[in-house]
Design a protein around this ligand. Structure first.
Ligand SMILES: *Cc1c(COP(=O)(O)O)cnc(C)c1O
Length: 413
């Protein structure tokens, strides 16, 4: 229990897959005095972050910034493009895909869920939660939709509840192969600025993002990157919307302003984050995350535990899901690790509650913070009486030592 004067020495290890640790440089930027959101300095800040965001989403088209969490941006994507009762096709990759489905239902949309078909010895209750989107299933369903009643295909790029990414270009190809006019809506809330993501090249109509994962900011900003086709659809879509409506925001963003008071101090942080990420270079950012994922997976394999993602082609570079042995309550293990080592790990969500935990390896991490994280997991599992096949710490050390980072480390002052 946290009391008012609780103080743990050293840094807390926030190794959940979002919110991720916020770099000091960003915290300092956020602490600057709030300015007039209609004044000239603000316009320059607004224009700068909107331009930088286009680079991060890899788009030439508008990116909308909301003072909301990612969930608000999910809602915004649907209310701007859909009409009451519209039929949307969702793919159940995990808990976040399910939550988005529930949100769509509450907005009055007709949802249809496609899921991976098969069985699984480790997660019999959620076999599909070890795989990514199967584009062939989407193509088959769209081909059957002769009346073209499906208005949108909604998929999660990086399923944060499982540690599985999905091939978004393959989903686009499936829609095109079926000759279907549905919009493609993609959640990359946890993939953005960790895993390669190309809004324009992959033909995505609305991409949903959030601030507290790869962008290394606190929670509180949601994003919609929107294609010309999505903007066109918004002119005839009739779900009620006002605060989330794109039209007024896009118009005022031309000059770097918003129709309402934006979250000024988080935008200072966003400006700093964009400087850091674009200064490093997105290819380097993606390579850094891939390498961390490989190191953490080497540790899990050495422990002899199953990695939740069952398909080596789509391991997430953001987080790794670790399935605990049958009879071990993964949440009790997480509590023990938190109490003993001040390390926070991600809980098992929804259908996999208690059966797995998640190690975040994103954002402002480095080899040594990840080794400490793996050490915390390993010590905790031993204390919990779990028999491990070998040392994950040793395996990860060997991996990091023998695979040099693509770019030498350099610290900004
Ligand atoms: C974090 C996350 C969300 C939810 O975002 P909030 O900011 O918690 O509203 C949705 N989808 C994915 C894939 C996420 O990782």
């Amino acid at each position: 229990m946290l009391t008012l004067d609780a103080h743990a020495s050293g840094r807390h290890f926030l190794q959940i897959p979002g919110p991720s640790p916020v770099p000091d440089r960003i915290l300092r930027a956020i602490s600057l005095p709030t300015i007039d959101h209609r004044g000239p300095e603000f316009g320059a800040l607004g224009r700068k972050v909107l331009a930088g965001l286009r680079d991060v989403f890899q788009t030439r088209h508008p990116v909308i910034v909301y003072p909301s969490s990612g969930t608000g941006a999910w809602e915004a994507a649907l209310v701007n493009t859909m009409s009451p009762g519209d039929h949307v096709l969702m793919f159940e990759t995990g808990h976040f895909a399910s939550l988005w489905t529930k949100l769509a239902q509450r907005l009055g949309l007709k949802t249809e869920v496609v899921a991976w078909q098969g069985t699984d010895e480790h997660l019999p209750a959620a076999p599909g939660w070890r795989h990514g989107v199967d584009a062939a299933l989407i193509e088959r369903r769209l081909r059957e939709d002769a009346r073209r009643s499906i208005k949108a295909v909604c998929v999660v790029h990086n399923e944060t509840s499982t540690g599985v990414t999905s091939d978004i270009a393959a989903v686009r190809n499936a829609i095109d192969a079926a000759g279907h006019p549905a919009l493609l809506l993609v959640d990359t809330i946890s993939g953005l600025a960790c895993a390669d993501y190309r809004h324009d090249e992959w033909g995505v109509d609305v991409t949903i993002g959030g601030s507290q994962k790869g962008l290394m900011l606190p929670p509180g900003i949601g994003f919609n990157a929107i294609s010309p086709k999505a903007q066109e659809a918004s002119k005839t879509a009739t779900l009620p919307r006002s605060y989330f409506a794109w039209d007024e925001i896009v118009a005022m963003n031309q000059e770097g302003y918003w129709p309402y008071t934006p979250n000024t101090n988080l935008l200072y942080g966003l400006s700093e984050s964009l400087d850091m990420l674009l200064g490093e270079g997105l290819p380097q950012v993606f390579a850094r995350h891939r390498r961390w994922g490989e190191g953490v997976r080497a540790a899990v394999r050495a422990w002899g535990l199953p990695i939740q993602c069952a398909d080596a082609a789509v391991h997430s570079p953001v987080l790794t899901g670790v399935i605990t042995p049958v009879g071990v309550d993964a949440d009790a293990l997480r509590r023990l690790i938190h109490e003993r080592f001040d390390l926070s790990l991600g809980t098992g969500l929804g259908k996999v509650k208690g059966r797995m935990f998640r190690i975040g390896h994103l954002g402002d991490s480095n080899d040594l913070t990840l080794l400490a994280t793996i050490a915390g997991c390993e010590m905790g599992m031993k204390l919990a009486g779990i028999k491990l096949a070998g040392s994950g710490v040793t395996a990860a050390m060997e991996h990091f030592a023998s695979h040099a980072a693509a770019k030498p480390l350099q610290r900004a002052a």
